[in-house]
Structure formats: C-alpha cells, structure tokens
Design a protein around this ligand. Sequence first.
Ligand code: NI
Length: 407
Amino acid sequence: MNKIKKISFFIVVFCFVFLGIKNTFANEKELKTIYSAYFEKSELVKGWSNIVEDNTKLWYQNDYPLDFKIGLINQDKNLTGTISYEVKPLNKEWISKKENLQEIGTYISKDGIEAIKIKLTGDLNKLYDVYYSVLQNGEFGEWIKNGEVSGEENKGKIIYGLRISVIKKGGGLPQESKVLASNKKEDKSKNFIIENKEDVTEDTGKKIALTYDDGPNPRLTNRLLDILKENNAKATFFVVGLNAKSNFDTLKRMYAEGHEIGNHTYAHKDLARQSRESRYEAIVSTNNIIKDAIGVYPKLIRPPYGSYNKETIDILKELSMSSILWNIDTLDWKHKDAQKIIDHVLKNAKDGDIVLMHDIHETTIRANEVLIKELINRGFELVSVSELSKNRAKIEVGQTYNSFKKK
Ligand code: NI
C-alpha cells in the first residue's frame, strides 16, 4: 500500500466511524414519548404492559386499559417542562393532572376510561406538539394534539388503546404507527372492510380454485403458504421456471402441503409469439425443473397472458398436458390494491370458479389474509384445480378450461 492509498483509506474509515457515531447520537437525542397501560383481562399482559415507545399502537385483544402512565425520553436538559395527562374514567369526572410516568390510579374503578388529554409543559410546549389518538369504536381515531380531548365523552364508550407521538413544531402529523408484535395479524385485517357479511351461507357443496401465477417468490409465497395452512385451504401455483429453479424448498413445501403445481413457462414469454423451438423449450425446461424439485411432472399449464395457438396445443398433447385459464381476474398486478382484490373476488365468487392472482405482490398476500378466511366463512371449500374438476369435467389432454361448474 503506498502512502496516498494509506491516507485515503484512513480518511474513508474515519468518515464511516464519525458518521456512524453522529447518527447514533442524533437518534438518541430525539425527544420521544414512552407509555404503558394497565390491563386486567388479556392473556398476554396482566397489570402494567411493557413500556412502548413513541407512536406505537398500545392495545391488546379482548381487553381495555384501566390506567395510563406517560413519560418522555431524550429530553434536552436545558429545556424545562414535562408531559402531563388527565383521564376521564367511564361515567365519572376528569381526574386531576398527573405527569412524567405517574400512575393515574383509576384501575381501581375497573370500568375503563372514556377520554384522555395530554399536554407538554414549559419549554417543551413551545418547541414540540404532542399528538395522540385513542382506539374507540373499532379503530384508532384521528390525531388530536396539545391538551384537546381524545375519545367520546359521556357516551358510555370506553377506550381500547392509545398511541402518542411528539413532533417538533411544524413537523406535520406523525408517521404511520408501529404495531405491537402480538397485534400484527389483527391490525392488518382491521384495515379491510368485508361487505355483505350477512350473505354468509353454509352451503358446503361450493368449491373454488385460487390460482397464483408468476412465482415463487421465496418471501411472499411462503407467507401465502402460511395463510393457506392456517386455514386448511388448498391452491394451485403456476410457477415460472426461472423463479422455480432457485426455490426448490418453496416448491417442495407447496407439494408437501397438498397444493398443485403447474407450469407457467420458463421466462413468461407469449407462447403464441415465438418459434416452435423456443416454445417447446419454454414448456419442457419448466416441466423438468418442477420434476427435479418435487419428483413429478406437472399436468397443467397456464400460458402467460392466456395466450396460445394451435402449435402450443400440439405440444401440450405431446406432453400429455392441459391448459388452465380462469374466469375471475383480480387484476391484482395492475392496481396492487388489496381491498379491490377482496371486493372483486367476494362479489363474483361462485361454485366452480377459477380465480387468477399473482403471489409476487405484497398487496395480493395481504388481500389473501382476509379473502381466504372470508371465502371459507361463506361456505366455499378452497381446492386445487385438479380437485375442483373432480366429478365435474374430465381434464382432457390438449384442452383448455376456465372453470369447472357442476354438471
Ligand atoms: Ni403470468
């Protein structure tokens, strides 16, 4: 190493170390709220909860807080002031102010709290806004700040959770709130609206095939497999060879858990618009990859874009394969909107349908967390494509199907 190299090496190292320290320092210095609530019924927490940090949704399923304590961390020693708070227990008067992690002492009443006011005092009140919102009526309400009342007073309704955040004046509203690990699942599904809940029927004869194309994606597909497993549901995956060849574990899991695996070509090119040779290669190489992963060749193919021609059919006949299209298209790849996927499928789902989705989009996976449960609630059995065809239509080699209705 010559001298110049040595010097520039040390400069680089120095910059990294310096920036690293500076960043840690900056984070430590940021004023934040910390808070805890007193719960009595939850299986997860009895008594005071763990203290959570700024902008976390503090709540537990099937429980409600009886008391709060709220404080601050990283307060600049040169700044006067603290955080103070008052609560209104259900059907009672406001309780006098407490501050800086003092317990309010309401948990003796056991009826819950209907509203809260939080304020900063001293210099802090001049430099920062404190925002807060309560979980009431099934959702976290809008952010309220600096001593205004959050929660409905005198309506007989209690608070189920709380979130608090401090922001420098002029910094706008708090970012999206953190969710407690134990609430993650519930919190996600809370964001979706299930329409026509009263239409739920118990017709157990209804079957539907959910199909997922373009994967596997190791992270998202495995999340989807978790959801299917939780709900004891089966599905069909039309995999792209290019993705499948580096994700044998995911394919093995699909197969082991009773799902069907189909071919979606090697590189997702339009089968009708390529030479005979490359068309053949796109199908056969993917069949081989699937066979290598799970030990059997796929019987089904979904042509990319639903596009195929007579020559494609000739190849399918030669390979003893059949083509599976769909009759419910979620367009999930286009709008990437979980609520739209849920709405579209629930509105259109009928016995014998084949639903097209893609397990490579986060929004599709989130939609399925709600959708799969709700389809089952509505009396559908979620089955693979081959299972759906049973007692309905024989899947013939070289033929194309887009649904399997009862005869
Ligand atoms: Ni596709």
